[in-house]
Design a protein around this ligand. Structure first.
Ligand SMILES: Cc1cc2nc3c(=O)[nH]c(=O)nc-3n(C[C@H](O)[C@H](O)[C@H](O)COP(=O)(O)O)c2cc1C
Length: 157
């Protein structure tokens, strides 16, 4: 079982969440490659059994860089493989989405695109909370991410 975790980040918060997911999966005995989206030159579904994608939430959706990257995820290579999606966003964003009953989350938008490619989603998305634009992450979010990655590992095995 080998997977790839790809993240975008401007201020390092989404990177921290990606690193936590990758480390926790490794501790669970799963092989993982971790990449900043800007460093992925080529992506082949033949090399991996699962995909984890994460982006900061910007204007209620994923970053443009992540949007372009999704173009490299070809349905014929990734179909039927599991994925997980995560983002960083502000607590007010979650509250706004709840009140408006509308998704403003990068992770939800990523998940929608990967489901369209007929990939499997074993877990709901992870929305890690940050304060303001630069962060930091809200207290306890790293631990919540570790829990999430342990659940993901259990689903993948
Ligand atoms: C241009 C811009 C737009 C943003 N829009 C949103 C938004 O719509 N909702 C939200 O919760 N956070 C928004 N944020 C805050 C980001 O989610 C936050 O900067 C990001 O999670 C930090 O992650 P990073 O450290 O990995 O870059 C925005 C930030 C920037 C810079």
């Amino acid at each position: 079982m080998k997977g790839i975790v790809v993240y975008d980040t401007s201020y390092g918060n989404t990177k921290k969440i990606a690193e936590t997911i990758a480390e926790t999966l490794k501790e669970s005995g799963i092989e993982v490659d971790l990449f900043d989206v800007k460093d992925v030159k080529k992506l082949s579904g033949k090399d991996y059994d699962f995909l984890v994608l994460g982006s900061p939430t910007k204007f209620g959706t994923m970053s443009l860089t992540m949007k372009f990257f999704l173009g490299k995820v070809k349905s014929e290579e990734w179909m039927n493989k599991p994925f997980a999606a995560f983002d960083t966003e502000n607590p007010e964003n979650v509250e706004q989405a709840r009140l408006q009953k509308k998704e403003w989350s990068a992770a939800e938008k990523i998940a929608e695109k990967l489901r369209e490619r007929k990939m499997n989603q074993p877990l709901p998305v992870l929305k890690a909370l940050v304060l303001g634009q630069k962060g930091p992450l809200v207290d306890g979010e790293v631990e919540r991410t570790e829990d999430y990655a342990r659940q993901l590992a259990a689903k993948l095995k």
